[in-house]
Design a protein around this ligand. Structure first.
Ligand code: ATP
Length: 309
């Protein structure tokens, strides 16, 4: 999914980094080689976001016209609330995010996706993507300064704004350890950042962009405890006051989500809060959760531990 989001998020960068090496541009163009099936309708208006309320209304989708990726998916993300998507591989989590970002448009009669009552097929893609911040699993860094890597979240950001975003994203202290602070080159030809650090740079970018709606694709890889805490704090600072739709793997996200949707074979099999779902001992989520606990090397401590009677 990150591969799909990255290029669109990074597109603006092409215009700014004229001095950037050809290698970066090539890499970007390769990433951009993704489906471009979606066209704006003639004279499409811009999306107007008032509350950032999201609605999937009976959404059906197939990539190939034969197999079903989503089947009758309906849910709402009320203003400022967080919805977590969980489910086994292939259950349709990424498809929900891809459709929401309009990598594909729904065919007539296959349901609707609405933001504040506006069908996303009817508005410009540019305005839609302007309203949405994406934090992918694997963020792309460019071979430029860390300040530029953050600052391109919003062109023309002041250094102080970049620093404030980095602080909120729990990245400032780490940046201060770099040889030239914010002017240090990062990426393949500079300071290499860990996965968790790259994700915090992406969070800082998104904080600067300040979108009303967020799509988050959490990394599945295990992180050490202090990185995990930093990311958790950074994400908390990011999601507050925004409507968010997350592919969730982290306990912190799942436990604190306003609503969890459990997907199976392209359908919502169960939904509720963490507390609701673990209480349903015969349910899919309770089984997934028990599995996760038994396969975890670290003991997982939660009040709602489903193993407790
Ligand atoms: P994962 O956790 O592995 O990322 P997921 O829950 O995000 O899985 P999706 O990627 O949404 O699942 O996939 C839903 C269904 O659509 C699966 O059956 C998958 O094989 C199919 N699918 C996904 N992407 C494509 C594609 N580009 N072309 C054809 N089929 C696809």
């Amino acid at each position: 999914l990150g591969q799909l989001y990255g290029p669109l998020n990074q597109l603006g960068f092409i215009y700014r980094s004229i001095n950037q090496s050809l290698i970066d541009t090539e890499k970007l163009l390769k990433l951009l080689n993704e489906p471009t099936e979606v066209n704006d309708k003639p004279g499409a208006p811009d999306l107007i976001v008032e509350n950032g309320e999201i609605e999937f209304d009976n959404v059906n989708f197939s990539y190939d016209g034969r197999t079903t990726a989503l089947n009758g998916v309906s849910f709402k993300v009320p203003k400022g609330s967080s919805v977590a998507l969980v489910g086994e591989s292939g259950s349709g989590k990424s498809t929900i995010l891809r459709l929401f970002y309009r990598f594909y448009d729904l065919a007539e009669g296959q349901g609707r996706i609405l933001i504040d009552g506006q069908d996303i097929r009817d508005v410009t893609q540019k305005s839609l993507r302007q309203a949405i911040g994406v934090v992918p699993q694997d963020s792309v860094l460019f071979n430029t300064t860390v300040a530029d890597n953050i600052g391109y979240g919003r062109f023309g950001s002041e250094p102080q704004e970049i620093e404030d975003a980095a602080r909120s994203a729990q990245m400032h202290d780490r940046i201060m350890t770099f040889p030239e602070g914010y002017n240090t080159i990062v990426g393949e030809r500079g300071v290499r950042l860990s996965g968790g650090e790259k994700q915090r740079v992406a969070i800082a970018r998104t904080l600067l962009k300040n979108p009303p709606i967020l799509l988050l694709d959490e990394a599945t890889s295990a992180l050490d405890t202090s990185t995990e805490k930093d990311i958790q704090k950074a994400l908390q600072n990011l999601v507050v006051g925004r409507s968010s739709l997350s592919i969730a793997h982290r306990l912190s996200t799942i436990a604190s989500a306003d609503l969890i949707l459990v997907l199976k074979d392209g359908q919502i099999a169960e939904q509720g809060t963490f507390r609701d779902l673990v209480a349903n001992k015969d349910g899919l989520f309770a089984a997934m959760w028990a599995d996760q606990i038994s396969s975890s090397e670290e003991p997982i401590q939660v009040a709602d531990d489903p193993k407790e009677e």
